[in-house]
Write a protein that binds this ligand. Structure first.
Ligand SMILES: Nc1ncnc2c1ncn2[C@@H]1O[C@H](COP(=O)(O)OP(=O)(O)OP(=O)(O)O)[C@@H](O)[C@H]1O
Length: 227
């Protein structure tokens, strides 16, 4: 089976006053549709850098990143932006919600960017909120929601555009461990149900039981398995 998300010998080297930093070094990985892969590593091991490369937010110094078999480096900036909007979704530790908008309106944002017509938007937002169990809270704004509920809004917003790839950077980092486990389990359900290739960075070993596969990252180098 072709992988939805693939890295081939990807490296990212930063220059710093102290010399080059090899944040990611020759990383290769493949995530299939409907699979949730966790990348586990300590602070500074290269998780965020790897996720940014996989989502086209950063460009590798060497190697290739493929989404649906398309090498991101072959796309011009407009095509890359379009691919990011249509095929890739991010979930952040800090939720990344707009505090003045309701949960419903936050989830609607990606569909507005994609110019999805109003009635279809309404249906898809309702469906996404239901998938994360937040229908009753649709009219509340983020400050009126708990941390776990906010992250559910973040997940609904991530899946509403039906992306092929879901990237989550420490999505449970701000939550207590029980709520964090619930969110991780929901992420896995969403990946399975929607057939998304999901890549999740975490340093929390408790969350790994909800991953279909776990990779370790250490000094920018991936290793498998890491249980
Ligand atoms: N823009 C940059 N310039 C220079 N060095 C950077 C830059 N971004 C990241 N690094 C370095 O690259 C390495 C990997 O950082 P990265 O943020 O990917 O780690 P991480 O595993 O996500 O850490 P954390 O769990 O703390 O978020 C670190 O040594 C970091 O200092």
């Amino acid at each position: 089976m072709t992988a939805t998300l693939e890295a081939i010998e990807v490296s990212r080297t930063f220059t710093s006053p102290a010399g080059p930093v090899h944040a990611v070094a020759q990383a290769s990985l493949a995530v299939a549709a409907g699979e949730l892969v966790a990348v586990r590593g300590r602070s500074g091991s290269g998780k965020t850098t790897l996720l940014n490369l996989m989502g086209g937010l950063d460009t590798p110094t060497a190697g290739r990143v493929l989404v649906d078999g398309v090498d991101l480096a072959t796309l011009n900036p407009a095509a890359r932006l379009a691919l990011r909007r249509e095929r890739i979704a991010f979930v952040f530790q800090s939720f990344g919600l707009l505090p003045e908008l309701t949960a419903r309106e936050n989830v609607e944002v990606p569909l507005r960017l994609l110019r999805v017509p109003g009635p279809e938007r309404d249906d898809r937002v309702a469906e996404a909120l239901e998938a994360v169990g937040l229908t009753r809270h649709a009219r509340q704004t983020p400050p009126q929601l708990s941390g776990g509920q906010r992250q559910r809004v973040g997940l609904a917003r991530a899946v509403v555009a039906r992306p092929a790839v879901l990237l989550a950077d420490e999505p449970t980092g701000q939550l207590d461990s029980a709520t964090g486990s619930e969110i991780m389990s929901l992420l896995q359900d969403l990946a399975h149900t929607h057939g998304m290739a999901a890549l999740v960075a975490t340093h929390d070993p408790l969350l790994l039981r909800n991953a279909d596969r776990v990779l370790g990252i250490h000094d920018g180098r991936l290793a498998e398995p890491a249980r």
